[in-house]
Design a protein around this ligand. Structure first.
Ligand code: NCD
Length: 361
């Protein structure tokens, strides 16, 4: 338990509630500047040209980083910039991949990984804490247990005279837009020889209700032609209606089932997720892992030769470790894709993307 010296101060920001309650589409303009994305809050901010552009940029960064000369060039690009990693909810991959993406581009990084060492224990409001970061750094990357936190800080900073872009590294069970970027980047690469993500059938499996990764990834499917989704989950963890309504509006076909084995032969990718036990109100259910929604070694013979198996990780028992050595197991490649696509995103945010692309002209 974190020792608190004082109860956290709650501040009322005039206009915030009104802004927050608007539809996402109506809010997106707030997070743009000069026709470019400035803050990354929602997966709905990304369109197809942006996703294609970012994937290409990530490929270039990856290629440059392979040589000493190339990586030196990359490190000069943002050597004059500083970033803050504010991660007050557990994270391994998102934290490390963002941190290393910053190193690749030469940014200096500061970090806070829990409220126990920041002035929040003295009762400072989270909004004042974030505003303080903006006094020192040029970019804020945050992960927070509350939905809407990254959005609120971006909104508060955008009205200040010293805004810094905010990247949402996970907002409770709500969204994880940069995870969706890396998932798309991974799927496009895995399907490189078979026409990319267009026309593919994707199963999402596990805790679809509280898993933010599958929510953000579902939003991005509107950018791809003839994609079909199959949601596979225990009854109590079905995908929420807001996503299902979105898919209906976008005319993206989807199916829901609790019979994992039956759909295995029919899909081009399987996106596994763990049960998000940390959001359980009943501590007894913290140990539950739902074995019917695990991908076992014997399932490898049921899936297509080209089927890609993804997982945002961390895994618990959802995928047998014997699956790891199969070429279709894409999750370790996926985790690495996270670093490259986040480097691409940061390069884009600071407008040095053209400098990278011009290396390949
Ligand atoms: C995911 C998350 O934090 O939402 N992990 C990640 O960012 N790679 C998935 C999870 O925790 O289950």
């Amino acid at each position: 338990m974190t020792e608190m010296y004082a109860e956290q101060t709650k501040q009322q920001f005039e206009g915030w509630e009104e802004f927050y309650n608007q539809s996402v589409d109506d809010k997106l303009e707030m997070f743009n500047r000069k026709g470019r994305i400035f803050d990354v809050i929602y997966a709905q901010q990304f369109n197809r040209p942006f996703l294609d552009q970012l994937g290409r940029l990530a490929d270039f960064i990856r290629q440059l980083a392979k040589t000493k000369m190339g990586s030196q060039k990359l490190r000069t690009l943002l050597a004059h910039k500083r970033a803050m990693l504010y991660f007050v909810q557990p994270s391994t991959r998102t934290f490390l991949s963002f941190q290393n993406a910053c190193y690749i581009l030469g940014l200096n990084v500061s970090e806070i990984r829990g409220t126990s060492t920041s002035s929040e224990v003295k009762g400072e409001s989270p909004e004042d804490t974030i505003r303080t970061f903006a006094s020192y750094v040029d970019l804020i990357i945050s992960r927070h247990p509350e939905a809407g936190f990254a959005e609120k800080t971006a909104w508060v900073l955008n009205q200040s005279d010293h805004p810094a872009p905010v990247l949402n590294g996970g907002s409770g069970p709500d969204q994880h837009p940069t995870q969706a970027l890396l998932d798309i980047y991974t799927l496009e690469r895995e399907f490189h020889n078979i026409g990319g993500l267009d026309g593919k059938r994707i199963a999402m499996v596990g805790d679809l209700k509280r898993g933010r990764t599958v929510r953000s990834l579902s939003y991005l499917m509107k950018n791809y032609r003839d994609v079909e989704l199959i949601f596979v989950s225990p009854e109590e963890f079905r995908m929420r209606n807001d996503i299902l309504d979105f898919l209906r509006r976008q005319e993206i076909p989807f199916k829901e089932t609790d019979d994992f084995e039956s759909i295995m032969p029919a899909v081009d990718a399987i996106y596994m997720t763990r049960i998000q036990n940390e959001y359980a109100s009943d501590p007894k259910s913290e140990a539950e892992t739902f074995p019917d929604f695990h991908f076992k070694a014997e399932h490898l013979q049921r899936i297509h030769a080209h089927c890609a198996i993804l997982h945002p990780l961390p895994r618990r028992y959802e995928i047998d470790i014997a699956v790891d050595s199969d070429p279709r197991a894409a999750y370790w490649r996926q985790e690495r894709c996270g670093m490259w696509i986040r480097a691409a995103l940061i390069a884009y945010i600071f407008g040095v993307d053209d400098e990278i692309v011009s290396e390949f002209d």
